[in-house]
Design a protein around this ligand. Structure first.
Ligand SMILES: Cc1cc2nc3c(=O)[nH]c(=O)nc-3n(C[C@H](O)[C@H](O)[C@H](O)COP(=O)(O)O)c2cc1C
Length: 261
């Protein structure tokens, strides 16, 4: 079954090289509006989005995010911030905290629950932005490495205590549509969906889930079909054991500690 939305969802690919062409203001505004239409916990919009226009900041980010020059070259770069600080300000500035005290209700500290809820909110909004952009032929890519270098990111963007980085998105018109012509490989749905409770992944099920990706990896790297290098070896050494993952874990711990202290 096909429709316009399904076509966009089924064909979307991450786009990493962009034409040096600005996104038209009216399209940008539509993407912004569609972003805000995302579901949000309690309709509180526990997120803020920083539109990074300054070239110097983009260039700094390109380095801080594990050297990804596409960040500096992308016409539109949005930082999604999980933001409970704005409601902390609202409660205080609008007198709700004071009212609470008068009613004998002690103020409660923001906690882990709010962090996760705000991260949910920010990421759901981000994906709305991705799909809205895609509907105008504008490509995008998430930059997970924004979770590295916590101290520098906090200071670069003057993030207050309860405003934590959720993700970074880069947008632009694709330089080449050829590299985006084929959707990336995904497992079949029964490799991911479970019924009623969690089912452990056996080796057999994992091979079933990632078999097609492994074949593609072999083709890409020109490894013979009978090579004993597996997809799990590849991800284990290249991702799991990488310096960037070490840094992301250090940085993520700081993010959590700053929020919780
Ligand atoms: C949380 C997250 C972090 C990502 N970080 C990066 C990144 O730092 N650099 C990058 O080039 N792609 C990044 N990606 C894009 C993924 O590599 C991409 O989604 C994946 O390979 C599947 O390809 P597709 O999006 O074209 O289907 C990220 C995606 C997600 C969801």
């Amino acid at each position: 079954m096909e429709n316009e939305v399904m076509n966009i969802l089924m064909k979307r690919r991450s786009c990493r090289s962009f034409l040096q062409k600005d996104i038209e203001p009216e399209k940008k505004e539509m993407i912004q509006k569609a972003t805000l239409r995302a579901p949000t916990a309690g309709n509180q919009l526990f997120y803020s989005i920083i539109d990074i226009k300054d070239r110097n900041i983009k260039e700094k980010l390109a380095v801080l995010c594990d050297n990804q020059p596409m960040i500096a070259k992308a016409p539109m770069v949005w930082l999604f911030v999980a933001d409970v600080q704005k409601w902390e300000n609202f409660y205080r500035l609008n007198g709700s905290v004071e009212k609470g005290k008068q009613r004998g209700i002690q103020e409660r500290k923001v906690g882990a629950g709010e962090l996760f809820l705000a991260l949910d909110d920010a990421l759901i909004a981000a994906q709305n932005a991705v799909i809205a952009a895609e509907s105008f032929g504008i490509g995008s890519c998430y930059i997970g490495d924004i979770l590295e270098n916590h101290e520098q990111i906090v200071s670069m963007f003057s993030l207050p205590k309860y405003a934590a980085v959720a993700t970074l998105l880069v947008f632009g018109y694709p330089k080449s549509t050829q590299e985006l012509a084929h959707p990336s490989i995904r497992p079949s749905v029964d490799a991911v969906f479970m019924e009623n409770s969690y089912q452990d992944y056996t080796l057999e099920k994992l091979k079933y889930a990632y078999g097609e990706q492994e074949k593609a990896m072999r083709r890409r790297k020109g490894l013979p079909e009978d090579s004993d290098e597996t997809i799990s070896d590849d991800y284990y050494f290249r991702k799991h054991m990488s310096d960037f993952m070490e840094e992301m874990n250090r940085s993520g711990k700081l993010l959590y500690q700053r929020w919780m202290e």
